[in-house]
Design a binder for this molecule. Structure first.
Ligand code: MN
Length: 490
């Protein structure tokens, strides 16, 4: 509710009355009271502070409404014992108004074996791969190297796998006659693929389908990104979904892998870090086989020449070309992907504003979200190479520095403290500083934010949150507990 700040009409009084009544009746409402008095004939001039709040509310509300009634499609189940991939349908139903669709990975093999795919689409995808996806370095020792012939077969397999997963999400009217059930799809707005280990011990890994589905384009050109979490880490997949719905851009999926202090970086590579990485006590290595969108390479540039991950409908043919050129597809490490496959490999070579988040489920508490705004950091190529050789150099690599406060005891004291306080092995990362939008979204969903570095002045939650105490984070916990999830008790 926007209460117009004018003296001729009781906007503020109306606003306060509405908010008090809503609070009294257990209906949290957002209140907007413009800072400066306006004249009556200015009623259609929306001041900047009001605009910001209206848009923040709008983005979060549209995200909430977009999730409602949709599915999370898990293909497979728990991956390597990762807690984040132990799906909790009650959480998804109660808090997001979504349902869980659960399909065994063998469904992909069934569709391949019985020809339940769009053959024309697969052919198009294969031709596009041949033209745009450069095979990269094969790190495997000769005795486990995959032959070229076998690799060609794997690309065929992956093109089919990509198209089939797409069909499983949203259906496809062009499937063969008699496949009416498959034509419908699972109404999925996000999903996850287990992969490790049973599938990847036997079949090519899902890195190619994951990376491409999460990107803003495929063989049909620019399109809305899908959300497909690697390792079926549903909690990270939902984080990616929040990011995508709030920004209309691709979301990254990464291991929060290593904290590099400036000292450790210098010892390992001889490089003395500068800029934001030096100011915030180092940087964090974001890397994972699979799901990171190619948009994260940073090769697309905005009007000022800065790296950008564009809104999907602003992605041009030239952008797609650049992202494909910045990416190679090295053969998977057969040491842990015995079935082969190809990982996307690129380094984020741009300093971009970015926000890393993590949704966690905590027994006895429920869901909580962590938010760290910061920047991707471009290191000199030889430094990246040296540090990458200590891990898996065939995976997409992003260096990230969170914005820190230098306060003793704060989880944002330095980049080390952010790493040390991170709640799980993965993070979902979006372009831009979007922490404030995420906080508003979480308040609508009644998910408390347990850690963030968003300036207090940007925090916009329902007015009733003010009644739960003067410290914003404590009040957030108490309000979320009092109102409970939006759709039903958890
Ligand atoms: Mn991982």
């Amino acid at each position: 509710v926007w209460g117009f700040n004018g003296t001729e009409r009781p906007g503020a009084v109306y606003l306060a009355s509405v908010l008090a009544s809503h609070a009294q009746k257990g209906l949290p409402a957002f209140g907007i009271y413009g800072h400066d008095v306006q004249n009556l004939d200015e009623v259609t001039n929306i001041p900047a502070d009001v605009q910001e709040k209206l848009l923040r509310f709008g983005r979060a509300a549209v995200a909430v409404a977009s999730m409602r009634g949709k599915s999370y499609l898990q293909i497979g189940s728990i991956c390597m014992g990762i807690g984040g991939s132990i799906i909790d349908p009650a959480f998804i139903e109660s808090y997001l108004g979504m349902r869980v669709e659960s399909v065994d990975e063998v469904e992909i093999i069934r569709r391949m074996s019985e020809g339940i795919y769009d053959a024309e689409e697969v052919a198009k995808c294969k031709a596009w791969i041949a033209e745009n996806c450069k095979e990269g370095w094969d790190k495997n020792p000769d005795f486990v190297k995959t032959s070229d012939e076998k690799k060609a077969e794997q690309w065929d397999f992956l093109a089919k796998m990509y198209c089939i997963i797409k069909d499983m999400f949203n259906g496809n009217p062009n499937l063969p006659k008699g496949c009416e059930e498959e034509m419908v799809g699972h109404n999925a707005i996000a999903g996850g693929f287990q992969g490790q280990r049973q599938w990847t011990d036997f079949y090519p890994n899902c890195d190619f389908p994951e990376a491409l589905l999460n990107s803003t384009f495929d063989h049909n050109g620019a399109r809305e990104p899908y959300i497909l979490a690697t390792e079926n880490d549903v909690l990270n997949g939902l984080g990616m979904l929040f990011i995508k719905l709030l920004t209309n851009r691709a979301a990254m999926f990464s291991d929060v892998r290593t904290y590099w202090s400036p000292e450790a970086c210098e010892r390992a590579s001889g490089h003395k870090v500068d800029g934001v990485a030096a100011e915030n006590g180092g940087f964090i290595h974001l890397i994972n086989s699979g799901a990171t969108a190619l948009d994260a390479c940073g090769e697309c540039k905005d009007e000022n020449g800065n790296g950008v991950m564009r809104k999907w409908w602003e992605v041009s043919e030239e952008d797609i070309k650049k992202m494909c050129e910045a990416t190679t597809w090295p053969a998977a490490d057969n040491g842990y992907f015995r079935g082969g496959g190809f990982s996307s490999s690129f380094t984020t070579r741009a300093d971009m504003p970015a926000t890393m988040i993590r949704l966690n489920l905590v027994k006895g508490l429920g869901p909580v979200l962590q938010i760290a705004e910061g920047w991707t950091v471009q290191l000199p190529d030889d430094v990246t190479k040296t540090l990458m050789m200590r891990t898996d150099p065939t995976w997409p690599c992003t260096w990230f520095t969170p914005r820190c406060d230098g306060k003793e005891g704060s989880p944002f004291n330095t980049a080390y403290d952010v790493m040390n306080n991170w709640g799980a092995n993965h993070g979902a990362i979006g372009y831009g500083h979007i922490g404030a939008d995420l906080i508003t979204l979480c308040s609508m969903l009644r998910i408390p934010v347990c850690m963030h570095n968003v300036p207090e002045s940007e925090i916009f939650r329902p007015a009733a949150w003010n009644a739960f105490g003067m410290d914003k984070e404590g009040a957030d916990y108490r309000a979320c507990a009092a109102y409970g999830p939006m759709y039903k008790a958890y």
